[in-house]
Design a protein around this ligand. Structure first.
Ligand SMILES: *[C@@H]1O[C@H](CO)[C@@H](O)[C@H](O)[C@H]1NC(C)=O
Ligand SMILES: *[C@@H]1O[C@H](CO)[C@@H](O)[C@H](O)[C@H]1NC(C)=O
Length: 364
């Protein structure tokens, strides 16, 4: 079957879904694959709510966290405003438990938590490392960074936070013809086995073209092509990932999260300020709705998660992050030139993603 056909099927599904004919998996607080009728508890949607100023935020100070990369270290690189550090997420129908880092360290004693994906995984991994380090400032840590794998080990508690960098989740293999993006292969997955928690994410790199595209050819089954529709490619790659999870994850041993699509703020027209991007933004949007709507990749994630057999908890962070046009590094991203409206300052928004993951884990 050519990707044209799959494209048509996928578009059809997306249209049906948009028109309400196909129900999308809801990320309820208890919401493990609720489409499949798995257990529901409180019924609170943690991801529906608004941002409020909370004087007890941020959860840590960047100057005392040794794990923050320059590109996320906005205060160190001169960001003048601080209000963006003070926002806390308020779900409409329940209270988000306050993050208790010592509780996490004790609960996770002897456990391994791995983030798998692109630099948004890096962003969330560094955030969690800082949140735990702030809770136990005198705890001994061992830290290492490599190309594909990095880790922070909290020695006194035996907790390991790992990061596996693989922006597409599926493999890129160097062959005679060039770098081949293999839509149906995840050899790298061997390194993800034996974890207690796995947190996956992918999307941004699927959109890259030109010099920032990490592959030369794309392989779908036995067909090699120069390019294809990027949403269809993402759908196929993510479907391979779902198959990997179903074949390799024992849900009694490993909890699986999908870190939902992280939005960018390059196009002010999405929030009705067409001349702007994230640069100079110092406050979130008010309310619970993002005028620009959801990015199309969200539908792909929902489709794939609705069919996976192993329970995967969707951290449905897209909308709440879309409201945070103020939370990007913009020009305060270390030595990197240009305006970064894609990653997030630390402390900052990814701390809330981790707080939500903590809340979800408490209900499991
Ligand atoms: C999510 O929770 C609400 C409130 O309990 C419930 O009405 C809804 O059916 C749940 N969603 C799904 C997909 O189960
Ligand atoms: C972080 O700590 C430094 C050093 O104590 C202090 O000068 C700075 O104001 C703090 N930053 C924030 C945002 O509270």
């Amino acid at each position: 079957m050519g990707f044209g056909v799959v494209g048509v099927i996928l578009s059809l599904l997306l249209v049906l879904q948009a028109s309400g004919f196909v129900s999308v998996q809801q990320a309820n607080a208890s919401g493990f694959n609720t489409l499949k009728g798995r257990k529901q508890a409180s019924g609170c949607n943690l991801f529906q709510g608004r941002w409020v100023v909370d004087p007890s935020f941020p959860l840590y100070n960047s100057s005392t966290c040794p794990f923050i990369d320059a590109e996320f270290n906005c205060q160190k690189y001169g960001r003048p405003d601080t209000l963006y550090l003070k926002y806390s997420w308020r779900p409409d129908s329940c209270t988000l438990p306050r993050f208790d880092g010592v509780d996490v360290l004790k609960r996770w004693s002897g456990k391994k938590i791995m983030f798998v994906g692109d630099s948004l995984s890096l962003n969330m991994w560094e955030s969690l490392s800082c949140m735990l380090q702030a809770a136990a400032p005198n705890a001994k840590t061992a830290f290492f960074r490599r190309d594909s794998i990095s880790s922070v080990f909290f020695q006194d508690y035996g907790v390991t936070l790992l990061l596996y960098r693989t922006p597409y989740l599926v493999d890129i293999v160097k062959e005679d013809v060039g770098r081949v993006l293999k839509l149906d292969s995840i050899e790298a997955g061997k390194a993800w086995l034996g974890m207690d928690v796995l947190v996956f994410n992918s999307w941004h790199w699927w959109t890259h073209t030109g010099n920032s595209q990490a592959w030369d050819l794309i392989q779908d089954g036995t067909t090699l092509s120069q390019d294809m529709d990027r949403l269809v490619a993402f759908y196929k790659g993510l479907t391979t990932w779902a198959r990997w999870v179903d074949l390799n994850v024992d849900p009694t041993k490993t909890k699986v999260f999908f870190q939902g699509i992280s939005p960018t703020h390059y196009l002010g027209k999405e929030w009705n300020e067409p001349k702007k991007n994230c640069n100079g933004e110092s406050e979130p949007l008010t309310g619970s709705m993002y005028p620009g709507g959801a990015p199309p990749a969200v539908d792909v994630v929902n489709r794939v998660l609705s069919r996976i057999k192993v329970p995967v908890y969707l951290l449905d962070i897209t909308t709440l992050s879309q409201l945070r046009k103020d939370a990007h590094p913009a020009g305060y991203s270390g030595e990197i030139s240009g305006t970064d409206c894609s990653h997030w300052c630390l402390p900052g928004l990814p701390d809330t993603w981790n707080q939500l993951m903590y809340a979800a884990l408490l209900t499991m």
